[in-house]
Design a protein around this ligand. Structure first.
Ligand SMILES: C=C1C[C@]23C[C@@]1(O)CC[C@H]2[C@@]12CC[C@H](O)[C@@](C)(C(=O)O1)[C@H]2[C@@H]3C(=O)O
Ligand SMILES: O=C(O)CCC(=O)C(=O)O
Ligand SMILES: [Fe+2]
Length: 374
């Protein structure tokens, strides 16, 4: 509200300094701005269920943009993973048709009547889910399809979508193959930027036949103020704040806003959507493998009250038996692991018992062991 007043006052001040003709044009513009604002959510609504923020703004300049063809990319990626745990990639090599084909299949699926979609649900954790996220009571203004990935391909058995369905299988597998490859190239650049050997120390975990990765299509229908109010504001959150447990996540969305990331000072910033590019998220496992040098970034999605948001996320995880521990080639002399020893299976089991916003990694930090028990 304060900002609206501030902007209106300044536009009016500017108007008074103009000649008559230009003035009437600008008056029309001002009118449009004001009427748009009446259908846009107030920041107080948005934060009804979220921590108030010191900076909630659409911002491009805080989000590193990495050109994958830039010879400096390895250093820039490493810096972004340390500072923010989040960045955008351009010149990624994934054909736009691979993204739009899957997007149009997903739109067709989410447009089906609820009873049809329910046939491939409820998500447990795989399959179709609506509003319920995970199995510990989290809800959001979102419907989704969650798929397991086996041997690099989406497992048809992980949902009840028939193998001969008109939707998905070819589009999904083409997409997942392309983004897994992108994830591996990013992880190889990370190894290079951190000057650790071998270069495939991280990417081989995703390329492994037994890699425990998954893939998610999220659809956030528009959430009108009325709907938000009638549900006590609760569902105005599309997907509540959380970190991703895996190594790395690759997000692609349509051009609708909603994704926000949390900065180190706790402020939330909105990520301007960009349907042509990908956003990369550092997961909890990569934070552990870099012994805390990289940051697993907290993020969330706010529902938009005008447009649908459709996102596709690849979560790259290691084989279940893999030890998640700091990479020995990265550790300085005498440096100790900040974390207890665990396998991906143990971490995942524990993570899936927690609520979305829980500090999952906290349970595995050595500092949480009572004094004298280390
Ligand atoms: C509330 C939950 C949903 C989630 C499993 C969990 O218990 C905690 C982690 C959540 C998360 C976040 C990232 C991915 O979207 C996801 C598939 C994952 O691996 O961990 C989800 C889980 C889910 O939706 O089942
Ligand atoms: O839908 C999005 O843009 C992000 C969702 C997300 O963070 C997740 O599914 O883990
Ligand atoms: Fe996430």
């Amino acid at each position: 509200m304060r900002y609206k007043k501030f902007i209106q006052t300044h536009i009016l001040l500017f108007l008074t300094s103009l000649k008559k003709k230009k003035k009437s044009l600008l008056m029309i513009l001002l009118d449009m701005v004001v009427s748009c604002q009446s259908i846009l959510p107030n920041s107080s609504d948005i934060h009804r269920t979220c921590k108030p923020t010191s900076a909630d703004q659409i911002t491009n300049n805080k989000i590193p943009v990495i050109d994958m063809l830039d010879p400096q990319a390895k250093f820039l990626i490493t810096k972004a993973c340390q500072e923010l745990g989040f960045f955008k990639v351009v010149n990624h090599g994934v054909p736009i048709e691979t993204m739009t084909k899957l997007e149009s299949d997903a739109v067709k699926f989410f447009n089906l009547p609820e009873c049809e979609k329910d046939k491939v649900g409820p998500a447990n954790p795989f399959g179709y889910g609506n509003k319920r996220i995970g199995s510990n009571g989290d809800v959001g203004w979102v419907e989704y399809l969650l798929f397991a990935i086996n041997s690099g391909l989406v497992s048809e058995k992980s949902t009840n979508i028939p193998a001969n369905s008109q939707f998905f299988w070819s589009a999904i597998n083409e997409y997942v193959t392309a983004v897994r490859n992108l994830a591996c190239v990013v992880l190889e650049k990370i190894a290079d930027g951190l000057t650790i050997e071998p270069k495939n120390v991280l990417s081989k975990l995703l390329r492994d036949e037994k890699s425990d990765s998954c893939f998610r299509l999220n659809h956030y229908p528009p959430c009108t103020e009325l709907e938000a109010l009638s549900s006590g504001g609760r569902n105005f959150i599309g997907f509540g704040e959380h970190t991703d447990p895996q190594i790395i996540s690759i997000i692609r969305s349509n051009n609708t806003t909603g994704l926000q990331i949390s900065l180190r000072d706790g402020a939330w910033i909105s990520v301007p959507p960009d349907q042509h590019f990908f956003f990369i998220i550092v997961g909890d496992s990569l934070q552990v493998m870099t012994n805390g040098r990289f940051r697993s970034v907290k993020h969330r999605v706010l529902a938009n009250n005008i447009k649908s948001r459709l996102s596709m996320i690849y979560f790259g995880g290691p084989p279940l038996s893999e030890n998640i521990a700091p990479l020995s080639s990265l550790m300085d002399e005498g440096e100790e692991s900040l974390y207890k020893e665990f396998t991906w299976h143990e971490y995942k089991k524990s993570a899936y018992r927690t609520r979305l916003g829980a500090d999952r990694l906290g349970l595995f930090e050595k500092k949480n062991i009572p004094y004298g028990q280390i």
